[in-house]
Design a protein around this ligand. Sequence first.
Ligand code: NAI
Ligand code: MG
Length: 372
Amino acid sequence: MSRYKIGWLPGDGIGKDVMDAAKIVLDKLRLDAEYIYGDIGWEFWCKEGDAFPERTIKMLKTVDAALFGAITSKPVTIAEAELIPELKGKGHVYRSPIVRMRQLFDLWTCLRPCKAYPNNPLNFKEGIDLVIFRENIEDLYSGVEFNPVPKELQNTLSKISKQFEPFKNLSPDDYAISCKINTKKNSLRIIKKAFDYARKNKRKKVTVVHKANVVRATDGMFLEIAKNISKEYPEIIFDNANIDALTMWLLKNPLNYDVLVAPNLYGDIISDLCAQMVGGLGFGYSGNIGDKFAVFEPTHGSAPKYTGQYKVNPIATILAVKMMLEWLGEIENAKRVEEAVAFVIKEGKVRTYDMGGNNTTIEMAEEIAKKL
Ligand code: NAI
Ligand code: MG
């Protein structure tokens, strides 16, 4: 029996290219693990009407952690599905397997470190070293949405909200509602996790991201909870910023920031901004972390035009491996992977196209494996 069982989810497009690269690094580490492949992605939606088949969910319940490549996703309505012969008459609507996976397995933390490894030609500024904690299952991603808006909801809102006045006579087709739902429980645990991380890793500051001056109920609550929690961490500077202003400040003075914590949507937005400052899609990676299970991934998508060309940068996925190793408690191995990545970036001999070179995905992975 191996020490670890790891779910292996390449998905679509370049998902397989980057996962092959990750495997080169894992094999070189000789991690005592069994890798269990799972079907996921667009291909299975087209074949079976389900991008995240039940058998994959069952498999994931038996593993310690999973590594996920990327998937192709397109917004598909029932009307569009009717045009796909295999799905005709079945009433399928496309749902993102990632969002489902996060909710199904209660992967409530999205952890996204953004570090400018020295000498990366794509760095916006040297020295950037940010860690983002994004609430991962609720907020505007709760999935509670109405288009058209049911009459009973319109009636209720007319009765209980003065702010609803301008909408109360609209016809159901003339507007839509997406609910931003934030719970105390999830706000509290993600904020606490960010502060605990800061304490453990000797970080100086935690910035809480919100728009509490306008979105008072939910973001106001998030900020209030953060203020209270911060009192338990007197050694850490408590900072907070409106999401709009923050995007400007992050670009202007990225070195002023350290740990950031945000509700789901704002967290999504700032993670892409921060990933771009440290090299872009070839470098952004994240962990979807619950209490007992976690899924690690590069944040890029399936880049269909590069499928199977082994051209894209595997560093994001290899850094996702590093984070998975950390989470499994393989701290030494995680350090080795990060140091090897940093070495190869610094040396600059092997570079994929996005970094201005012409090495392949596999050559990059082999170079990193060599330095382990
Ligand atoms: P994308 O991230 O797949 O690619 C956009 C462009 O970024 C690519 O054409 C390529 O030029 C570059 N790029 C991406 N990964 C790279 C890498 N590792 N190295 C170097 N360059 C890289 O985003 P796009 O084209 O908007 O979406 C393609 C598909 O992926 C869509 O179906 C989308 O829904 C899906 N998607 C899936 C995600 C996931 O699986 N987590 C996340 C984002 C998009
Ligand atoms: Mg995103």
